[in-house]
Write a protein that binds this ligand. Structure first.
Ligand SMILES: C=C(O[C@@H]1C=C(C(=O)O)C=C[C@H]1O)C(=O)O
Length: 284
C-alpha cells in the first residue's frame, strides 16, 4: 500500500481537523492534497484520493464509492457566515433573475436551489462562474459564494459599503426546517477501507485526536487561519465559534432532511442511508 492521499478542502472551516496533520503534531503517513471542494469531489470520485473532506451532497450522489468517517463534518446550526448569496434586490424579489453560482461548491449550490424552490417559491436562472464577486455581479443579479471567498467578499461589501443584500443560507435553512446544516463530510473509498480496515481505524483515531489538539491550541489555529485568509482576528474568532466539526445524531437527522429536499428537487437520484465506518450497515 502506498501513502494515503488525503484531500483537504482548503478553507478555514476544515482547519480544526487538518491543523495537527499539517504541522506533524500526530503521526500521519500520508500526503495532504489541498483544493476547493469541487476539485476534491472530482479527484475522490476518480480514485485519485483515498480519503477526503467532500461536499455532503456528493456523498448522496456516490454512495457506492464511499464510507463516511465518524465524528467529522463541516456544519453550523443557523447562520454560518461563509455560505452567502449577495444580491442587488432582497432574495424574495429575485423571481426570474440570473444567479451566478461559484464553481467551487456542490452542497451550497444544491442548498440554494432547494431554498429557492421549497422555501422562497421562486424560479431563477443559474449560471456557474469562478468565485469572484465583481465579475459575478457584472453578469447576474445575485452571486453565491462559499468559504473564505464568501467571508472576504462580505468584509469588502461592509468596508466599501456596497449596496448588496446578503443572505446567509445556513440561517435561511434553519428558518425553513429548524435543522442545522451539514456542508461537508469526511469520506473514505469503500474498496480501500475494505482492504485496509486497520489503517482506517487508526486514521479515525488520529482525526479525533487532531480535533482535540486543535481545541487545545486554538490560538495557533486562529493565527494560521488569519495568515492564510487575510481576515481580521475578530471575524476568525466568531467563525471558529460558529463552525462545528462533529457528526452526531442531530447532524444525521439534519443531513437526511437536506437529502430529502435534494431528492424532491431532482438534485440526487435516490434516497440514501448513511454508511458510517464502524457501524453495522457499512458492509456491501
Ligand atoms: C460551510 C462551508 O462548507 C463547505 C461547503 C461545501 C460546498 O458547498 O460544497 C463543501 C465543503 C465545505 O467545506 C463553507 O466552505 O463555507
Amino acid at each position: 500500500m502506498g501513502k494515503i492521499r488525503f484531500g483537504q478542502v482548503d478553507y478555514l472551516n476544515t482547519l480544526p481537523v487538518f491543523h495537527a496533520l499539517e504541522d506533524g503534531l500526530l503521526p500521519f503517513d500520508g500526503e495532504l492534497i489541498k483544493g476547493p471542494p469541487t476539485m476534491l469531489n472530482k479527484m475522490f470520485m476518480e480514485d485519485q484520493l483515498e480519503v477526503a473532506s467532500i461536499s455532503s451532497v456528493e456523498y448522496a450522489r456516490n454512495i457506492d464509492k464511499c464510507i463516511i468517517l465518524p465524528n467529522l463534518s463541516v456544519s453550523a446550526d443557523g447562520p454560518v457566515q461563509s455560505i452567502l448569496l449577495f444580491s442587488r434586490a432582497p432574495i424574495v424579489e429575485l423571481e426570474g433573475r440570473k444567479i451566478c453560482l461559484t464553481s467551487s461548491s456542490a452542497t451550497s449550490v444544491a442548498l440554494l436551489k432547494v431554498l429557492f424552490q421549497h422555501y422562497y417559491h421562486l424560479e431563477v436562472e443559474y449560471v456557474t462562474q469562478k468565485p469572484d464577486l465583481d465579475s459575478m455581479m457584472a453578469e447576474g443579479d445575485g452571486a453565491l459564494l462559499i468559504g473564505d471567498d464568501a467571508m472576504r467578499a462580505h468584509l469588502r461589501v461592509k468596508q466599501e459599503k456596497l449596496a448588496y443584500h446578503v443572505t446567509d443560507l445556513g440561517e435561511a435553512w434553519k428558518q425553513f426546517t429548524g435543522e442545522r446544516m451539514v456542508y461537508a463530510l469526511w469520506v473514505i473509498r469503500k474498496e480501500f477501507a475494505k482492504e485496509n480496515p486497520e489503517v482506517v481505524n487508526n486514521l479515525c483515531h488520529q482525526l479525533v485526536e487532531a480535533k482535540k489538539l486543535a481545541d487545545q491550541s486554538l490560538s495557533a489555529v486562529l493565527e494560521k487561519g488569519r495568515r492564510r485568509s487575510g481576515l481580521p482576528m475578530e471575524i476568525l474568532e466568531e467563525y471558529f465559534n460558529t463552525i462545528n466539526n462533529a457528526f452526531a445524531e442531530d447532524h444525521r437527522r439534519a443531513l437526511l432532511t437536506f437529502y430529502d429536499y435534494c431528492y424532491k428537487s431532482g438534485l440526487i437520484e435516490e434516497r440514501v442511508r448513511l454508511a458510517i465506518w464502524g457501524e453495522e450497515n457499512v458492509a456491501g
